[in-house]
Write a protein that binds this ligand. Structure first.
Ligand SMILES: *Cc1c(COP(=O)(O)O)cnc(C)c1O
Length: 369
């Protein structure tokens, strides 16, 4: 316990190690899976106009009804099946507040998104982990055992998974949905980059909820808007624990207007998917790194040289990626966000130079260099 702190927080909070992704000002930032593109200029203009004419002396629309019904129509759903939050992280927190808490357990499949664990622990939920297989694929036998052992009130599945980028099949998700005793939360922050969308599985009679975000695909990480699609009874439960007026008028207006630019967003997804495949091919052809297949906008890889040193040397060359090298089961690994073609080229050139400088010569097998 730190003697300099006059009033310590309750034990569960004091024990938490925060979530930190260093924000460093460098030329090529490929560390937090944001979109490399700015939002369309026409979107920004219309949003600014709507902000100028909004009734700022009034509270926002408490139910965010227009935003929810517009989001619903994206997926052929009713607004009553949508719940919004300040980033999908707030939606995840609401799930913990309604279904977790002291005396309750939540299960995650590791390695995965660290914030599930962190948000869960802040709410006093007991977090339990089931390890994925050695290639990070989903291990059904291990999952079955964990679910029988822990009877989790909430089970989290991230697909495509972060930080591995790997997607689960529909069969796996359905299999899991059939055996969980409580709620199944599918964190689908990157679903637009994958081959299928788990929102199809949402049904009034099933305890499945799918979370999504504007942070990645919609070029709006700064907006802080995320949402979940789930049965209406669950949406009601989550609305119960969210603070009144938590979603500002500016956020609601931005979220609604962004949906008018769905075509622009779809073309960005197509560009990023093509860039991802190009980046993957370049890394896969380099004998000095191992790489995991990705269905999202980032790629996990492990250089033959010491991962942390490679990360530092990349930074010296103005390229920031995510250093996962000290994370459980990810020894030596780095994660690179797919950027623009120029950014990806800069990353590949920097990585090549760094590995050369560390004494790992490229076998010359890589046609992209
Ligand atoms: C980036 C990310 C999110 C997004 O969080 P926001 O609060 O919506 O920005 C959620 N889940 C996963 C797995 C992510 O990688």
């Amino acid at each position: 316990m730190n003697a300099d702190i006059p009033v310590p927080a309750r034990d569960t909070i004091a024990e938490l190690v925060g979530y930190h992704s260093p924000q460093v000002d460098v030329a090529v930032r490929l560390n937090t899976n944001e979109s490399p593109y700015e939002p369309p200029a026409a979107f920004l203009e219309r949003w600014a106009d709507s902000i100028r004419t909004a009734e700022w002396n009034r509270y926002p629309d408490r139910g965010a009804d227009e935003l929810r019904s517009r989001l619903g129509s994206l997926y052929g759903r009713r607004g009553a099946q949508i719940v919004c939050g300040n980033g999908s992280n707030e939606v995840l927190q609401a799930i913990f507040l309604a279904h977790g808490g002291p005396g309750r357990r939540a299960l995650t499949f590791a390695p995965s998104y660290a914030l599930h664990d962190l948000i869960g622990r802040t709410t006093g939920t007991e977090m339990v982990t089931c390890e994925r297989a050695s290639d990070f694929s989903f291990d059904r036998a291990a999952a079955q055992l964990a679910i029988e052992r822990d009877a989790p009130h909430i089970t989290f599945l991230t697909t495509p998974n972060n930080p591995t980028g790997m997607v689960e099949s529909r069969e796996t998700v359905e299999w899991l949905a059939d055996i969980v005793p409580g709620l199944l939360v599918i964190d689908a922050a990157y679903a637009e980059f994958a081959q299928w969308d788990p929102i199809d599985l949402v049904d009034e009679g099933r305890p499945i909820v799918v979370t999504r975000t504007y942070s990645k695909v919609w070029s709006l990480a700064g907006l802080r808007l995320g949402y979940a699609v789930g049965p209406t009874w669950l949406v009601d439960q989550l609305s119960q624990v969210l603070l009144p007026y938590h979603l500002s008028t500016a956020v609601q207006l931005g979220g609604i207007l962004a949906l008018d630019f769905a075509e622009e967003m779809a073309s960005r997804v197509a560009q990023l998917t093509a860039q991802r495949d190009r980046l993957f091919d370049a890394l896969a052809a380099d004998g000095r790194v191992s790489v995991w297949p990705s269905s999202s906008n980032f790629i996990l890889f492990r250089p033959a040289a010491d991962g942390h040193r490679v990360w530092e040397r990349l930074l010296e060359r103005g390229v920031l990626v995510r250093d996962c090298s000290s994370w459980d089961r990810l020894a030596g690994c780095l994660r690179v966000t797919v950027g623009t073609q120029q950014e990806n080229d800069a990353f590949l050139a920097a990585l090549d130079g760094v590995l050369d400088s560390l004494g790992f010569a490229d076998g010359g097998s890589n046609p992209n260099r």
